[in-house]
Design a protein around this ligand. Sequence first.
Ligand code: ZN
Length: 415
Amino acid sequence: MFTLWFIAFLFANTLTRTWVAVRQIRHVGKHRGQVPPEFADRISLRSHQRAADYTSAKVQLSLAQFVVETAALVALTLLGGLQYLDLAFARLIDHEMLRQLALLGSVVAILSLISLPFDIWRKFRLEARFGFNRVTPRLFATDMLKGLLLALALGAPLAAAVLWVMGNAGANWGWWAWGLWVAFNVLVLWLFPTVIAPMFNKFTPLQDDAVRDRIQALAQRSGFTLNGLFVMDGSKRSAHGNAYFTGFGRSRRIVFFDTLLARLNVDEIEAVLAHELGHFKHRHIIKRMFISFAMALIFLLTLNWLSQQVWFYTGLGVLPQLGRANDALALVLFLLVVPVFTFWVTPLASWFSRRDEFQADRYAASQSSAAALISALVKLYDDNAATLTPDPLHSAFYDSHPPAVLRIQKLSYAP
Ligand SMILES: [Zn+2]
């Protein structure tokens, strides 16, 4: 019965994803010939068409990756891949914890190997074709190595701790595992700006005096104490520009990509920063953190219950082993299968994210200048080859940021 549900969801997801992707490609293609009138004086037909081609190419690649990953998911579950691995490690490794870590690690390794060709294609073909890629094969390799070491240093102890809790904390281990998860996330959030991100990029305090003065003035009138304004060498990897807010407490900082600073004037930089401060003022980051912790609790309690149901294993093509811990098996199955069922929450999460963006825009308009934010947005959309004419359904499903036209419309009427 569970197998049927799983297959039904898998089919529905695949059909929906494909349908939405085709809609996006068609919609963007249909509007490729003309820049939307709102942007006609600011964006050239050539860059509008480049954005259309870039958007379609990205959608195609994601869809291809999804198909291959779905095939891998079916091979691991219903076709017996996990069962094979589980039995193989049972023969090879006597130590219970090591055996379970090996099972987890091998599945992570398999999934990473499957996505690797797509990552390579994305950077060296797709991004390169549109002039965005700045990653050399050498940098790609060192990034991968660093990522691997980081995953081992952070992921392996977490996995071991969760497996230990599953085996030793009694029938309601879900609550303990949740405690671990929350502690781990707080640690990573705290380490990210000061330790993890600097492993990959250089962060230098913002030097430009004119920009600094404007930003200090903005911070003062909106009642912020800014302790960290940093410039990141984003140009090392890509020509895409961005700005983001990260960390909490003393490690809190605002990060500008050098690629963004190079393109925007002082007014526009101030407006973009005001938008980021808007996220902070409305507590979006904290709210998101609490929502993710609440979701994690629901997931872990579900896993807690599922791991004790035999149908959960057998329904997904695995026989739990008698007289041995099946915790890693339950964990792997859960992690593999959950996205199949949570796919349908995507539009809701996207909607909340877009609502936050509108709020941040409104805040920026009130503290800085709506006109400056509009011209910054137009430059950003143009530079990043983001389409101005997304399919409404595709946008509703996936977009974390509202379409440019809507954002600019709202900003134009802002007080
Ligand atoms: Zn934002």
